[in-house]
Design a protein. Sequence first.
Length: 218
Amino acid sequence: MTLIKMCGLRDADSAVNAARVGADFLGFVFVAGARRSLSIKEARDIVSKYRQTVGLYGPKLVGLFANQPINELEDVVQSVELDMVQLCGEETSEYLKKISVPVIRQIKIRDEMDNREVVTETLKEVENMTRMGHMVSLDRYHSGVKGGTGMSFDWNIAVELASSTKFILSGGLTPENVSHAIDVVHPMGVDVSSGIEVEGIKNSKKIEDFARAVRRAN
């Protein structure tokens, strides 16, 4: 079964809906300046309300970070009681070793490079992260953007990578195209944020439709 990550959650109702439709990971953004970024207090309030409904089990709670001091990241992890973190910056392997919870490493795909070169370089990065015991998310590179871009990259690159490694596919996925993406790429998982929003707000119907489309493709 393809894993589902629903990201950029900013309210407890959306988190509960995502859990109920079968999401495996719930993502909360802690990147300063990002549109969906949360403070520790906001995140704690959301998780507290979510726990009252869902309980202690269910999807893994993932915090998104980018180039932040390790003590700041760990403070959020402990305060919010996160299960995992996703790194979206230029963090080093040494930095990753200091994190107390499992890691999803975001790798950006550059469209301006030759596909063969992109595949070769990305495969090296993915294999390195896998050897370290980390999961990997592939998303489109966009200068100056930390985290998701809401735009897809060339899935032919993802197809080549999927033949020899495992990753979560991100970028531009929606309820309308995710089944096709899974059929073509065969990723380990899919990650969505803007694709389950209406005018920048998470939408319960789109959350349900996205999960249903993923299950239909499996």
